[in-house]
Design a protein around this ligand. Structure first.
Ligand code: SF4
Ligand code: SF4
Length: 97
C-alpha cells in the first residue's frame, strides 16, 4: 500500500522557472512525488510527500523548497501513541526513523 499523508498540508513547492530538468529529484524522492513533463520536473502527487527534504537538499538549482522533518515528526508521535516503531515510509539506508 502506498503511503499517503494528510491532504494539502505538505510544504513542498516547486519553482518550474528554476528547474533545469536534471532529474535528480526523481531519483532521490522515495515516494515518487515527481515526474518529468516537457523536460521539467512536475509534482504528480503532492500528498505522497512526507517532507523528508531529500529533493530540496539535492536540487542544485534551488527549484525546490520544503519544510523538512514535519512528516517524520508525525510518524514518531504516532509511534509513541500506538507504542509501535515509527513508520514514516522511508525505510532506506538513510532513513530518518
Ligand atoms: S532536481 Fe531541481 S532542477 Fe533537477 S529536475 Fe528536480 S526540480 Fe528540476
Ligand atoms: S520532501 Fe522527500 S518525499 Fe517530499 S517530494 Fe521531496 S524527496 Fe519526495
Amino acid at each position: 500500500m502506498a503511503m499517503r499523508y494528510l491532504k494539502n498540508v505538505t510544504t513542498l513547492q516547486l519553482d518550474s522557472d528554476k528547474c533545469t530538468g536534471c532529474g535528480v529529484c526523481l531519483t532521490v524522492c522515495p515516494h515518487e512525488v515527481f515526474k518529468m513533463q516537457a523536460k521539467k520536473a512536475v509534482i504528480q502527487d503532492k500528498n505522497k510527500c512526507m517532507e523528508c527534504g531529500a529533493c530540496a537538499k539535492n536540487c542544485a538549482f534551488d527549484a525546490l523548497t520544503v519544510r523538512a522533518g514535519v512528516g517524520c515528526a508525525t510518524a514518531v508521535l504516532v509511534g509513541l501513541v500506538k507504542r509501535t516503531e515509527p513508520q514514516c515510509g522511508c525505510q532506506t539506508e538513510s532513513s530518518c526513523c
